[in-house]
Design a protein around this ligand. Structure first.
Ligand code: DP6
Length: 328
């Protein structure tokens, strides 16, 4: 029996990944840039060699079934193929934040699974190899392998071998605060996987999204390196709104927001008018993530908590890379 436990943090993209050039390999059309989020952590325990005929997968305390279980088993198959071994596994995955509600739990889940499963089968993969592997589980997981500020390079190879993330800057480079406003604690109805597939096939705005994305990416990359919050924040807001515009214009339309999402956006704009550097971004769900100087995080969180309809706020800052916490 071989076992390993690994942790990985969620991440929030300032320049988004939205649209795949290859659905089975999770190859993106564009690059993306994210911040790895301290304290929003998924732990994966993987034990191989159990006398089983199928994998046993526990997600958030309950046995995974159907597509969810298939997705994890198919991911474990990749690791088994690489190791040249066939044992079934017992897997336990748990996150300390709301899963599947637009808080990037698939990113931290597959980054933690890539590390735990490869280590449990005796593979010692480099961060780059882990990023390629994690990407196969969920595209954004490629970024959660690394800490701090991270860029996923889309690559060009049809086998995906050059589509992996790299660290742009470590967490200490720029002490930003991140506030996640939970406007709906339930599971989201349309995940990012289906949402981006729908946008790509059925939104007239998808070509425009692709056309303007590289300029956003370059602006955000430079702003991160220069610690220029006004530029990073404004371009991230615009990039997020363009991604949501792709969904809104698709047929049938896809609206991830609720009224509280909009109220939080408006409160962020108001905070800026009052002199606080706060900027929002939203992924494939109704929650709003706000970036601000770390020193202003508590004040921003207090203001957002008072917006009617906000259930909770989570506080974060740039966090560390995925790591093995136990292995035998
Ligand atoms: C809106 O990585 O969840 O959060 O590759 O299909 O698993 P799959 O998609 P996923 O998509 C994340 C989309 C996003 C933007 C981002 O994180 O860049």
């Amino acid at each position: 029996m071989t076992e390993a436990v690994a942790t990985a943090n969620a991440n929030v993209a300032l320049a988004k990944y939205w649209g795949k050039r290859d659905e089975s390999l999770n190859l993106p059309y564009t690059g993306s840039i994210s911040i790895t989020l301290a304290g929003l952590t998924t732990t994966a325990r993987v034990r191989f060699g159990a006398a089983r005929v199928i994998d046993r997968i526990i997600m958030s305390g309950r046995e995974a079934e159907g597509l969810e279980a298939q997705r994890v088993s198919a991911f474990l198959d990749l690791v088994r193929q690489r190791a040249g071994e066939e044992p079934r596994a017992e897997v336990e995955v748990a996150s300390n934040f709301p899963v599947a509600a637009g808080l990037a739990s698939s990113a931290s889940t597959f980054a933690a699974l890539a590390l735990a499963a490869s280590r449990a089968l005796g593979l010692s993969l480099s961060p780059l190899e882990l990023s390629v592997l994690a990407r196969r589980g969920s595209g954004s997981a490629a970024r959660s392998i690394f800490g701090g500020y991270v860029e996923w390079q889309p690559g060009q190879a049809s086998d995906g071998s050059d589509s992996y993330a790299v660290q742009l800057a470590p967490a200490q480079h720029w002490p930003l605060g991140i506030v996640a406003a939970i406007t709906d604690p339930g599971r989201k109805r349309v995940g990012s996987r289906e949402g981006m597939a729908q946008g790509l096939k059925r939104s007239p705005f998808f070509p425009a999204w692709l056309q303007s994305h590289d300029a956003d990416l370059e602006a955000i990359r430079q702003a991160v390196l220069a610690r220029d919050l006004a530029t990073a924040g404004l371009v991230a807001e615009s990039n997020c709104l363009k991604m949501h515009a792709v969904s809104l214009a698709s047929s049938p339309p896809l609206l991830y927001w609720n009224p509280t999402t909009v109220a939080v956006i408006q409160r962020v704009h108001q905070l800026r008018e009052e002199g606080t550097q706060a900027y929002f971004t939203i992924d494939a769900g109704p929650q709003v993530k706000i970036i601000c100087p770390l020193a202003e995080r508590d004040a921003v969180a207090a203001a957002i908590r008072r917006v009617p309809g906000v259930h909770d706020v989570l506080l974060s800052e740039p966090g560390d890379e995925a790591r093995v916490v136990e292995s035998e």
